[in-house]
Unconditional design. Sequence first.
Length: 122
Amino acid sequence: MTDLERIKRLLGVELDEDDTERVQVYIENAKRMIANYSEGYIQLQKDVDQENQGDDFPSELNWIVDELVLGMFNRFHNEGMKSISEEGLTINYGNGIKDYLDAIQGWVDQQAEKNTGEIVGW
């Protein structure tokens, strides 16, 4: 399942062409945000190919991509706002990537442990 297909399923709505293009941009932006905090463990191609998953993005971090993209999609037309209140209903948008920094750091730490080798003396 591609990132786009996964997001469409999570949204539970049919997306028109404009919304589909917007979601694709959100996916790419979310992956780039996560990669920026990965301490070099995630290398993305310059242009991520949405159909072929043209990068080495780890699937165990897809849940963060999903959460970020859903947040961006729901925040559309309310960018820059932390919350919105209307007729007794309040929606809090969270802090974006900041809400997931501990999870990203945990993944980075796991990668560092996997890549730790033994020191051999001569």
